[in-house]
Design a protein around this ligand. Structure first.
Ligand code: SF4
Ligand code: SF4
Length: 98
């Protein structure tokens, strides 16, 4: 980072403050705190088809060690799209803990 008169010039991404980096990505914003309800996966029902992964707008569907869906609660916003698209109804929403 250097100053040029009134301007501050960031020469590479590492110079940017976290706030500026977060404008283009949610990597620095733990959006999971926005949830009122959380999705729960019934791994006995889940077939590992990946449809919920395709539809999740927050890339919050992970794969567990058995190839079943798992939720990244640091970023899941609780929109429940995964519940709607799961063909075997393996995901349900429960009220978020306080
Ligand atoms: S509730 Fe929404 S954000 Fe969370 S895992 Fe399901 S689709 Fe993704
Ligand atoms: S859509 Fe349903 S069955 Fe398919 S991976 Fe997701 S939770 Fe499992």
């Amino acid at each position: 980072m250097k100053k040029d008169g009134d301007k501050i010039i960031f020469e590479n991404a590492a110079d940017l403050p976290d706030m500026a980096k977060s404008m283009g990505t949610t990597r620095f914003n733990k959006t999971g705190t926005w949830r009122n309800e959380r999705p729960i996966v019934d791994t006995d029902k889940c077939t590992g088809c990946g449809i919920c992964w395709k539809y999740c707008p927050d890339m919050s569907i992970l794969e567990d060690e058995n190839g079943k869906a798992a939720i990244d609660y640091e970023f899941c916003k609780g929109c429940a799209i995964c519940v709607e698209v799961c063909p075997v109804k393996a995901i349900s929403m429960v009220e978020e803990e306080k």
